[in-house]
Design a protein around this ligand. Structure first.
Ligand code: 1GP
Length: 251
C-alpha cells in the first residue's frame, strides 16, 4: 500500500516541522472559489488540502478534487464524513474511526461495508483515530455521529484514547472540536495527548487566529487543519501558514 503522504508527515515530524492543511468543504465551493483557494494556498505554502464535510449534499466531489488537482500539486487528502465520499482522483484518504464515541457503526461498521470499494480506489489509506472534543456547541459532526464528544477539560480521557489508538496500530490521531467550534481544543489537552504518542497529531476545529495555530503547534500539534476561518477570509492564509511554519521543535 502507498505511504507517500504518511511518510511526508513522518519526515516533517522527525525534523520538528509543523504542517498546515486547508479544509475545503465541497458543499461550500464553486469553480471560482476553488481556483481562488488553490492559488492562494500555493502562494502561502499550504502543505496539504483536505477535502470533505460531515454531509456533502452536492454531488460534485470528483469535479472538486479534479479541479484542485489541475490547479496545483499540493497533496489532496479526503476527509470523509460518510463512506461514500471517496474520489479516486485524490491522493489519500483519512480512514477515520471515531474512537472518542461508542457508536459501533462509526468505529468499524461502515468500514466493513465500504472496505472493498475503498481498497479498489487505489488511494493512500491513512488509518486515523478520530477524536471529537467538545467545542462548546453542538456541531454537525457530533449530531450526525450520535456520539458524545470528549469533554473539553477531560485531558486524561483524550490522552488514554489516543494511546489506545496508537497501540491498536492507527497511524494518525485527529483531535477535532468540530467545524466552526465555538471553542477550539485547549493547548493543555494537545500537550498531554502529544506527549503520550509517537504518531503525528492533527488538530482542528474552530481555529480562527494564527496565534492559536502557533500555540497549538508549540503544544505538540503536528498538523493544523483550518476550514471555516479561511472560507470566510482567504486573506488569512499567508499569516496562518507563516505562524504554523514558524514553529520548529526538535523531535
Ligand atoms: C473540522 O477540523 C476541521 O473538522 C476544521 O474546522 O472549519 O472550524 O476550521 P474549522
Amino acid at each position: 500500500m502507498k505511504q507517500i503522504i504518511y511518510q511526508s508527515l513522518l519526515e516533517r515530524k522527525g525534523k520538528g516541522q509543523k504542517s498546515f492543511a486547508l479544509l475545503i468543504d465541497p458543499d461550500k465551493v464553486n469553480a471560482q472559489k476553488i481556483d481562488e483557494l488553490t492559488r492562494n494556498s500555493v502562494l502561502a505554502g499550504v502543505d496539504y488540502l483536505l477535502v470533505g464535510g460531515s454531509l456533502v449534499i452536492s454531488n460534485h466531489l470528483d469535479e472538486v478534487v479534479q479541479r484542485i488537482k489541475a490547479n496545483c500539486s499540493i497533496p489532496v487528502i479526503l476527509f470523509p464524513g460518510t463512506p461514500s465520499q471517496v474520489s479516486r482522483h485524490a491522493d489519500g484518504l483519512l480512514y477515520l474511526s471515531l474512537i472518542s464515541g461508542r457508536n459501533p457503526e462509526l468505529l468499524i461498521g461502515q468500514h466493513v461495508i465500504s472496505a472493498p470499494f475503498v481498497k479498489q480506489s487505489g488511494l493512500e489509506i491513512i488509518s486515523t483515530g478520530y477524536m471529537v472534543i467538545d467545542g462548546g456547541a453542538p456541531t454537525t459532526v457530533s449530531y450526525i455521529s450520535n456520539a458524545t464528544p470528549i469533554p473539553s477539560d477531560k485531558n486524561e480521557i483524550a490522552m488514554c484514547t489516543a494511546m489506545a489508538a496508537e497501540m491498536l496500530g492507527m497511524k494518525l490521531i485527529y483531535m477535532d472540536a468540530g467545524s466552526g467550534a465555538r471553542r477550539s481544543i485547549s493547548e493543555e489537552m494537545i500537550s498531554m495527548v502529544s506527549g503520550c504518542i509517537d504518531i503525528p497529531l492533527v488538530v482542528g476545529g474552530g481555529i480562527r487566529e494564527p496565534e492559536k495555530a502557533y500555540l497549538d503547534c508549540k503544544a505538540g500539534a503536528d498538523l493544523i487543519v483550518v476550514g471555516n476561518a479561511i472560507e470566510k477570509n482567504s486573506g488569512l492564509l499567508p499569516e496562518m501558514a507563516a505562524a504554523i511554519h514558524s514553529v520548529t521543535v526538535k523531535a
